[in-house]
Design a protein around this ligand. Structure first.
Ligand code: ARG
Length: 460
């Protein structure tokens, strides 16, 4: 049984186990600093507008500052009996400075308070995550610069398609992360709004100054509608959704890293720091970290779908269901930050086995398009050229050889336009270097792309 700050209307006290079920303190204590920051802004505003006397404001501010110091030193012992971070802190404040502490909540509700805390929290986190994404992009660009002329088989349907520059492959991911960077940046102005002063749902009779408290908290503006201010969780959904796409991009690359470090590919070798051995099989070096990032993508999607589902049937305004908005958000922040750090380090330190990659491009038919294009430049319609080369590929498969192994006589037999220069054209390095259309894998294009992106990175 416990005494409640909101107990006035109730005749019976709540049972402890009901308290525990309803409490959010076990997880929303992560918002302790944001909650105090919001309270400091609120009470300063109450002073400025004359709603509270200056000496009351001073006492409350002092009390809050003491609580902040204690929070930083982990000295606050939270209790489920006080439900959540807001009530726990209010109780601590009253214990610290006496009944005047009870004046802090004038013109405010936990509904606008909790929304304010989450806006403060997410704004800070998204800014930090953007830095991590930028760092990852820097790592990709650095790696790409070192591998412009490293060639590897490019795949479609996981079948060898055409050789590409390894830098081009890395830069493809650069652009995916660039869009992720853009999505998170786009979400920021909507996160950067203050719901404080919306009260429980309808505003307040006190002459508060919402713009002033918003400014004190560093927000760029306020929610225009009090009902929307306390009901909106779009800003979290946008974050979860941008995070899901970002995780999906990392997961795709992780899948490639896992394949590439297999015995079958051997295109890369993970640094020992990001791989583990097997407890039974001594030969094993498992790409655990890449697999974990791929696996954790699932929980980030889960957090998005969890919150979407929680919100879909809620009438305005606040409903207790909304307390379920926090754990998924916290979990996504932790998962995303951890994954970004590990992923960047993994790319940075992995050994690229350039010889293996190159060798692979020499032992496949990924230069077949080249052969067809060659005939096209001599005036053969592409469809006919495709047919001629298809037959040559079949012949090679039957005779267990590759296109470069065909003699000029054999080639001429298939089409009279083949000349001696075809062997140079078939070389995988030539194949890559000649794809100089805008955005293509030709070395010149890749170098241009890297230069362009380096400028973009500098201006971030
Ligand atoms: N712990 C609550 C939450 O996280 C705070 C808001 C509670 N408001 C209320 N009217 N019960 O959502």
């Amino acid at each position: 049984m416990s005494e409640k700050l909101w107990g006035g209307r109730f005749t019976k006290s709540a049972e402890e186990w009901v308290d525990e079920f309803g409490a959010s303190i076990s997880f929303d204590q992560q918002l302790v600093e944001e909650d105090i920051q919001g309270s400091l802004a609120h009470v300063t505003m109450l002073g400025k507008t004359g709603i509270l006397a200056e000496e009351e404001v001073d006492k409350i501010k002092k009390g809050l500052t003491t609580l902040l110091e204690k929070a930083k030193k982990n000295e606050l012992i939270f209790s489920a009996a006080n439900e959540d971070i807001h009530l726990n802190l209010e109780k601590f404040l009253i214990d610290e400075i006496g009944p005047v502490g009870g004046k802090l909540h004038t013109g405010r509700s936990r509904n606008d308070q909790v929304a304010t805390d989450m806006h403060l929290y997410l704004k800070k986190q998204v800014q930090e995550i953007l830095e991590e994404v930028k760092h990852l992009q820097d790592v990709l660009v650095k790696k790409a610069e070192a591998h412009v002329e490293t060639i590897l088989p490019g795949y479609t349907h996981l079948q060898r398609a055409q050789p590409v520059s390894f830098a081009h492959h890395l830069m493809a991911y650069y652009w995916m992360f660039e869009r992720d960077y853009g999505r998170l940046t786009d979400a920021l102005p909507r996160i950067d709004k203050s719901p404080l002063g919306a009260g429980a749902l309808a505003g307040t009779t006190f002459p508060i100054d919402r713009h002033y408290s918003a400014e004190l908290m560093g927000f760029s503006g306020i929610y225009e509608n009090s009902l929307d201010a306390v009901s909106d969780r779009d800003f979290i959904l946008e974050f979860l959704s941008a995070s899901s796409i970002l995780m999906m991009h990392m997961s795709r690359f992780c899948e490639e890293l896992i394949l590439w470090s297999s015995q079958e590919f051997q295109f890369i070798e993970m640094d020992d720091a990001y791989a583990t051995g097997s407890s039974m099989m001594p030969q094993k070096k498992n790409p655990d970290m890449a697999e974990l990032i791929r696996g954790k993508t699932g929980r980030v999607y889960g957090n998005l779908f969890g919150l979407l589902t929680t919100l879909k049937g809620l009438p305005l305004a606040y409903n207790k269901d909304m307390q379920e908005d926090k754990e998924g958000m916290f979990d996504t922040v932790t998962t995303l930050k951890g994954s970004l750090k590990i992923f960047a380090a993994m790319i940075d330190t992995m050994k690229v086995r350039t010889e293996r990659m190159k060798k692979a491009t020499e032992q496949d038919f990924s230069n077949a398009t080249e052969l067809a294009d060659y005939l096209v430049t001599k005036g053969v319609p592409f469809r006919d050229a495709h047919e001629v080369v298809g037959k040559l590929v079949l012949k090679c498969i039957e005779e267990n050889k590759f296109l470069v192994d065909l003699t000029l006589a054999e080639l001429k037999e298939a089409n009279e336009f083949f000349e001696d220069d075809i062997y140079h054209v078939l070389n995988p390095v030539t194949v890559v270097s000649r794809r100089n259309s805008a955005g293509g894998t030709g070395f010149e294009q890749v170098k241009l792309a890297i230069e362009k992106v380096k400028k973009l990175q500098k201006n971030k």
